[in-house]
Design a protein around this ligand. Structure first.
Ligand code: NAD
Ligand code: UPG
Length: 330
C-alpha cells in the first residue's frame, strides 16, 4: 500500500479488476478524491505492482465465496467493476470465455454486492455495444447492435443492471468508454496488456524498436484515408468520470449510461503520424486486411456526460500520446 492511502474512516470502494489498466488509474483518482480503494482481481491480466492505493484481494469474480469474504472484510459503500476479458479479436475466437467471465462474473459480482447490502455499481461498458454506426458521432440513444461477442457480453450486463436499477433499488451507471489510452503522467502506472493488441502501445513499441513494425488493419474503409476511425480518450479522464459517477450514485442521483470519449475521430494513419511526431522516431508500417469484428468508425457524442456528470476531459490526442510515450520509454 502506498503512503497516499486514505484515513481509516475513508469510504471504501471495491474495485473489481483494479490491478488492470483502467482500474488502477481509477484507484489513483479514488484515493485523491478521499475514497479508500480495495482491489479485487485474479491477476489474470492485472499487475500487483499497479495496486498502489490500497489493499489487494486476489480473487475471481466468478467465485461467490471469494467475493463474499472480500465484501465482509472491507464493507465497501460501492463497487467499480472493471474485471473482464477485453479484446474484440479474442472474443471472435473464444466467445464462450467472454460470456463466462464478462456475463457470468458480472452477475456473481452483482449478487455478492447485493448480499452484502451494497447498492451502487459503476460498470465499465464500451462503445463496442453500439456496433456499426447508424450515424456519427454516436449518442447514448444510438441503437445497440454489437458486432462481436465482447460487445454483446457488455450489453447483456448493461441490460441486467438497467433492470435491477429500475426494479430492485440496486443502482448503477454504465460508462461506455471509447478507446482508452495514455498513462499516469507521473509514470507510476500505465498500459500493459499481455499480449498487447491495442494500436497505440503497439505503435510506441515499434517506435522504440521493440517490435519490427506496425500493421494497419484495413485500408479500404469508407473514411478520409481508408483506415478505421477511433475516439482515443485519456485513461485519467476515464478515471475522473468514475469518481463523478460514483459520487452521483452515492448522493442518490439517477443511474444510466454515459459515453466517455473526447468526441474527436482519429484514423489509424493519423495516430501513426502523431506517434512519429511525438517520439521523433520512424515506424515501419505495413498494410494488412481488416480485423474481424472491427467497426469502421467509433466516435462519441459526449454531451450527456459533460452536462449531467460535469465531466471535463483534459487530454487531447497529443497529451494522450505524450503520456503513453513517457510511460513506455521511461
Ligand atoms: N481498454 C479499453 O480501451 C477499454 C475500452 C472500453 C471498455 N473497456 C473495459 O474496461 C475494463 C478495463 O479494461 P482494461 O483495459 O483496464 O483491461 P485490463 O485487462 O488491463 O484489466 C482488466 C482486469 O480484470 C482482471 N480480471 C479479468 N478476469 C477476471 C476475473 N475473472 N476475476 C477477477 N479479475 C479479473 C484482470 O486481471 C485485469 O486486472 C474492461 O471491463 C474493459 O472491457 C476497456
Ligand atoms: O496492430 C494493430 C492494432 C489495431 N489496429 C487498428 O487500430 C484501431 C484501434 O484498435 P485497438 O487499439 O485494438 O482498439 P479497439 O479494437 O477499437 O478496441 C478497444 O476499444 C474498444 C472500444 O472501441 C474497447 O471496447 C475494447 O475493449 C478495446 O480493446 C482499430 O481500427 C484496429 O483495427 C491496427 O490497425 N493495427
Amino acid at each position: 500500500m502506498s503512503s497516499s492511502s486514505n484515513a481509516a474512516d475513508a469510504p471504501v470502494v471495491l474495485v473489481a479488476g483494479g490491478a488492470g489498466y483502467v482500474g488502477s488509474h481509477a484507484c489513483l483518482r479514488l484515493a485523491e478524491a478521499g475514497f479508500q480503494p480495495v482491489v479485487f482481481d485474479d491477476l489474470s491480466n492485472g499487475h500487483e505492482a499497479f495496486v498502489q492505493w490500497g489493499p489487494l484481494e486476489v480473487g475471481d469474480v466468478r467465485n461467490a465465496e471469494q467475493l463474499d469474504s472480500a465484501f465482509a472484510r472491507h464493507r465497501p459503500v460501492a463497487v467499480l467493476h472493471f474485471a473482464g476479458l477485453i479484446e474484440v479479436g479474442e472474443s471472435m475466437k473464444r466467445p464462450g470465455d467472454f460470456y463466462d467471465v464478462n456475463v457470468g462474473g458480472s452477475l456473481q459480482l452483482i449478487a455478492a454486492a447485493r448480499r452484502a447490502g451494497v447498492k451502487a455499481m459503476v460498470f465499465s461498458s464500451t462503445c463496442a455495444t453500439y456496433g456499426a454506426p447508424a450515424y456519427t458521432p454516436m449518442d447514448e440513444d444510438h441503437p445497440q447492435a454489437p458486432l462481436n461477442p465482447y460487445g454483446r457480453s457488455k450489453l447483456m450486463v448493461e441490460q441486467a443492471l438497467a433492470d435491477l436499477d429500475r426494479l430492485s433499488g440496486f443502482r448503477s451507471i454504465a460508462l461506455r468508454y471509447f478507446n482508452a489510452a495514455g498513462a499516469d503522467p507521473l509514470g507510476r502506472i500505465g498500459e500493459r496488456h499481455e499480449p498487447e493488441t491495442h494500436a497505440l502501445p503497439l505503435l510506441i513499441e515499434a517506435a522504440l524498436g521493440r517490435r519490427d513494425g506496425f500493421s494497419v488493419f484495413g485500408t479500404d474503409y469508407d473514411t478520409r484515408d481508408g483506415t478505421a476511425v477511433r475516439d482515443y480518450v485519456h485513461v485519467l479522464d476515464l478515471a475522473d468520470a468514475h469518481v463523478l459517477a460514483l459520487r452521483r450514485l452515492l448522493a442518490g442521483g439517477p443511474g444510466g449510461a454515459f459515453n466517455l470519449g473526447g468526441g474527436v475521430g482519429t484514423t489509424v494513419r493519423e495516430l501513426i503520424e502523431t506517434v512519429r511526431r511525438v517520439s521523433g522516431r520512424d515506424i515501419a508500417v505495413a498494410e494488412a486486411p481488416r480485423r474481424d469484428g472491427d467497426a469502421p468508425v467509433l466516435v462519441a457524442d459526449n454531451r450527456r456526460a459533460v452536462a449531467e456528470l460535469g465531466w471535463r476531459p483534459a487530454y487531447d490526442l497529443d497529451g494522450i500520446v505524450r503520456t503513453a510515450w513517457a510511460w513506455h520509454a521511461g
